[in-house]
Design a protein around this ligand. Sequence first.
Ligand code: NAP
Length: 258
Amino acid sequence: MATALVTGGTSGIGKAFATELAERGYDLVLVARDESRLAQIAVEMREQFGVAVETLRADLAVRNDLDPIIGRLTDPQRPIEVLVNNAGFGLNASLLDDDVAIQERAMAVMCTAVLILGGAAGRAMKARGQGVIVNVSSVSAWIVKGNYSAIKRWVLTYTQALALELEGTGVQAAAVCPGWVKTELHERAGVARPNLPGWAWVDASEVARCALDGAAAGKVITIPTRKWRAAVWFLEHSPKALSRAISSKITKSRRSDG
Ligand SMILES: NC(=O)c1ccc[n+]([C@@H]2O[C@H](COP(=O)([O-])OP(=O)(O)OC[C@H]3O[C@@H](n4cnc5c(N)ncnc54)[C@H](OP(=O)(O)O)[C@@H]3O)[C@@H](O)[C@H]2O)c1
């Protein structure tokens, strides 16, 4: 049976990826910090889908914690066919804050860890001539809203660059860019969920399904739901002053969301 490794696979979008992959018959390696929750989700996945589940406790902001994950991704005896770089969190902080510790953590978890794990998986998959790397970006990559937007834009550009480097190797790198998803992200960031129209909320399971289908179809960027694809098209084609005005309104109305 093929194996998939999901970072942040215990909650929200990551748990939806784990569920979708298990439904598709993949054994799982789940990575997160909370050991008891890892154990609980592992039991759920085994009982519900009959797949094998390993857990790796790691704080992706801590460089040494990445080593066992790199070791697992590059183990030639136990190949990982799918890596989902999903773990992350919302940022409830101003760029003018004196203390930038949370910004550094965010960049370590959502950029540095993605770079290091993506590179390790890419090398191992390239040597085998197959594999899929899915990185979770966001529609926030198309607006300008603090460091979170910058981070998600980095994920998008990095994934496009990785896909180019892997072209012709049999390995697919793909970014998924969801709109807003009801997960624990807002509560954990200490902000209320934004008051958005129903269409703006995307189901986590739809995000996972679209991302895996998009990657399998060779798409480098997948934006789940037709309405969000239209919104991104609008942001890309509207005058810069208009998208700047939208970004300014969102930045003033709230500080953190997906
Ligand atoms: N929710 C949205 O509206 C939305 C929209 C677009 C994109 N996204 C992106 O989707 C991804 C998942 O977010 P979510 O909304 O599903 O949030 P979530 O429900 O809070 O889940 C976050 C997951 O990441 C893990 N995680 C967080 N920090 C970690 C760290 N330092 N080391 C290891 N694991 C860590 C958490 O487990 P532990 O706490 O146990 O470590 C948890 O499993 C993020 O990259 C986010 O930016 C979210």
